[in-house]
Design a protein around this ligand. Sequence first.
Ligand code: FE2
Ligand code: FE2
Length: 266
Amino acid sequence: MKIIQLTDTHLMPSGIVVNGVDPERQLRAAVADIVEKHSDADLLVMTGDLCNHGDPEAYAILKDILAAVPFEIRLMLGNHDDRRNFVAAFPDQPRDDNGFIQSFIDTDAGRLMFLDSHEAGVIGGIYGDDRLEWLERTLATAGDLPVTVFIHHPPMDTRIAHFEHIGMHDDGAIMQRLHRHAPGVRHIVFGHIHIPLAGTTAEGIAYSAGQACSHRFITDVDSPTPLWTGGNPCYRIIDLDRTGLRAYGVEVGEAATGRAPVCEGP
Ligand SMILES: [Fe+2]
Ligand SMILES: [Fe+2]
């Protein structure tokens, strides 16, 4: 299964720059590249902070850009989003019984789960009993399927100083439940931190984040106030099957400086 992950697109009404970057231009370039090179993908997942202030105009731009994508799309909320404006723009995106943007897809490679950690007015993630009940039920009905989890806020400590107080505010509840899923958790895929990260929990669950499509930080894990910067639009190709998961970072617009030699063996 080929999944494309876009994260932290932070769209604004046309022409408005965010931290020195034009988010609409970034996303249009990324999606054009995805459509050109990966029309065989099975799924596009956008792991939150779709829009910078959740404006209806920004969601309309997102809808316009995504019209070119020829495969299934799952959109997820981040702290910068606006739930009401999102639902108005994308009424067909699945929701759980409580109205949270949570859903799952069963595949040959197990169950994909999409969790909603958005809470209006909170920068960090919220995942209370009203959402944990869905998580509990969805893991229980997964039976012997391994799961792969998508969520905006990392549900573990990433040890990045800037995110120390704006990570997931759940006292570890999500991870505790995921660790109990006997068939295993293949991977936790998230956004929010705007820089690439890969790690493993003490219990052995692998996790990773992709580079933000829009602005990102100059990587400095110890600074509580790292510096914003721009760069090429980015997305990830996630290759998932029964043998596991591989994620490849893509930068749109890289210029070639040569060609790799053909490998002719030892
Ligand atoms: Fe973000
Ligand atoms: Fe975020």
